[in-house]
Design a protein around this ligand. Structure first.
Ligand SMILES: Nc1nc2c(ncn2[C@@H]2O[C@H](COP(=O)(O)OP(=O)(O)O[C@H]3O[C@H](CO)[C@@H](O)[C@H](O)[C@@H]3O)[C@@H](O)[C@H]2O)c(=O)[nH]1
Length: 490
């Protein structure tokens, strides 16, 4: 009998995932049409002997999470339960705290999966490897290039036995190009070292004269406190994979993960991929369309597009490399590329929303997705465009275009903010900026630029003058003032 634990973290984690984590907990963000952790649950449910799946985190159990758990239990016919930590206990503290629940029923082993990874989850292969030797800890490893390896747990293995000889979490200099995927198989004995760390921490805390109450009581860092400490003692082994794997730390990496999962659907879930049908929209490559979405027949979608529940896609819309979330509306002839359109947003007719692809270097087989923060040294990095959830857009916008190829003042309504890289490309009425979490009203591009010469957009130079921007005072301390258009409207 087997179990699985998914570490879902909690609300104060996932800051790189803003603004998308404002509306749903990050583990429920839809990737390739289904919540991020549904991919984990599907993989676990396919392992023979899987008895129960436990989600451990420090989110308050809210409605979306409860609904998700109920739906997952029904779909997979397995108990899927949420165990809430009383405080963030780190990657190992929850495993120790809920050890009785994990070990109830006497599982021979249990998988532990980080929620924020995308993978083909080679769980059966890991199980086979585990059953040969029954070592306490088996880690899934893959390779990264030298620079990017520093962002992960790095593993030095014995190439003959695959024993982990040395483990360093996010080292400052190069250690190894084998990285920890955040996917593990532990035997029940793995909880003993966790107990040792827990007891040591308690003693240290008591020495600090604050018994049981100091911040960090119960916290265990699986990587540093256990893997680093036990490496080289014959207890930790690595199983290498060259299958798909990526972290999902930022919105850009969610788009990349969506692409990986969509391509995997060809094997695992062909029924989830949209097919080209007579009278239906044109489909290019891998596309997911929720059954409740309405897509006009003249729209062209793909590759790598995922359309959420209740989305409306108008005539002549072009969508590529994008995720359109629940309830959004793309009006006629909109062009959306390398972007995530937030819940309930409305993108006005003929608008062009284009982000900058920042995929791993295709010429480097070891390259991984960079998930660094959006700003560095006060400058915006190239990134996909995100239209945050729009409360105005959800109610519809007041666009009244005078005709194809015209941009009358007020014709474009979307939820692009000035702090988004697409500001200079899209003349837009800002409704709510979820990057700086505030409302901006009538924040227009200074001028519709002549950059609309491609698919479904205006001919170069045909944009009209738009009103000067008006914006409430900037309050966010980290708002990159250097990014504001000139003359500075704010
Ligand atoms: N339950 C719970 N989960 C947590 C907590 N803190 C983090 N997590 C969850 O644990 C996972 C790892 O989160 P991070 O602590 O942010 O680590 P990381 O930067 O993602 O690095 C980890 O994953 C990499 C692979 O993606 C590894 O390479 C690295 O070694 C490490 O394990 C995520 O799924 C996160 O939600 C906590 O206090 N409680």
């Amino acid at each position: 009998m087997l179990k699985a634990v998914i570490l879902i973290g909690g609300p104060q984690k996932g800051t790189r995932f803003r603004p998308l984590s404002f509306e749903v907990p990050k583990p429920l963000f839809p990737v390739a049409g289904v919540p991020m952790i549904q991919h984990h649950i599907e993989a676990c449910a396919q392992v023979p002997g899987m008895q129960e799946i436990l989600l451990i985190g420090f989110y308050q159990p809210d409605e979306p999470l409860t609904q998700f758990l109920e739906a997952a239990q029904q779909e997979f016919n397995l108990p899927v339960r949420y165990l809430q930590e009383f405080a963030p206990l780190g990657t190992g503290g929850g495993l120790y705290h809920f050890r009785d629940q994990i070990l109830a029923g006497g599982p021979e082993a249990f998988f532990v999966l980080n929620a924020d990874v995308c993978s083909d989850f080679p769980l059966n292969a890991m199980l086979d490897a585990h059953r040969c030797e029954r070592h306490p800890f088996l880690l899934l490893g893959t390779t990264a290039n030298r620079t990017q390896s520093l962002n992960y747990g790095c593993i030095v293995e014995n190439p003959q036995t695959h024993e982990v000889l040395h483990y360093v979490e996010k080292p400052s200099t190069f250690i190894s190009d084998i990285i920890n995927c955040g996917i593990y198989l532990f035997s029940p004995e793995a909880l003993k070292p966790l107990r040792d760390v827990f007891q040591r921490n308690q003693q240290d805390g008591q020495l600090e004269d604050s018994p049981g109450l100091w911040p960090g009581a119960g916290t265990i860092r699986l990587e540093q406190d256990v893997f680093s400490a036990l490496a080289g003692q014959g207890q930790i082994y690595v199983h290498l994979t060259d299958g798909i794997w990526s972290q999902i730390k930022s919105a850009g990496s969610a788009l990349y993960a969506s692409r990986l999962y969509l391509s995997r659907y060809q094997v695992t879930h062909p029924e989830r991929l949209a097919k080209h049908t007579p009278g239906g929209p044109r489909i290019r490559g891998n596309v997911y369309i929720h059954p409740t979405a309405k897509v006009a027949p003249s729209a062209v979608l793909g590759p790598n597009v995922s359309i959420g529940k209740g989305v409306t896609v108008g005539e002549g819309v072009r969508l590529r490399e994008s995720i359109v979330l629940h309830g959004a509306t793309l009006q006629e002839h909109t062009c959306v590329l390398h972007s995530i359109v937030g819940w309930g947003s409305t993108v006005g007719r003929w608008a062009r929303v284009e982000g900058t692809p920042n995929d791993p270097n295709p010429n480097d087989p070891r390259a991984r997705m960079d998930s660094e923060s959006l700003f560095k040294d006060g400058k915006l990095r190239p990134a996909i465009t995100i239209l945050g959830m729009s409360s105005w857009g959800a109610q519809g916008c007041e666009s009244s275009p005078a005709g194809e190829g015209q941009w009358p003042v007020g014709s474009v309504c979307s939820s692009v903010c000035a702090c988004d890289s697409s500001f200079s490309k899209v003349p837009a009425l800002v409704t709510k900026c979820l990057l700086c979490a505030r409302f901006c009203v009538s924040h227009w591009g200074q001028k519709a630029r002549g950059a609309y010469g491609q698919e479904g957009s205006l001919p170069a130079g045909s944009g009209p003058q738009l009103p000067a921007p008006v914006c409430p005072p900037m309050t966010s301390p980290w708002y990159p003032l250097s990014r504001l258009p000139r003359p500075d409207p704010c």
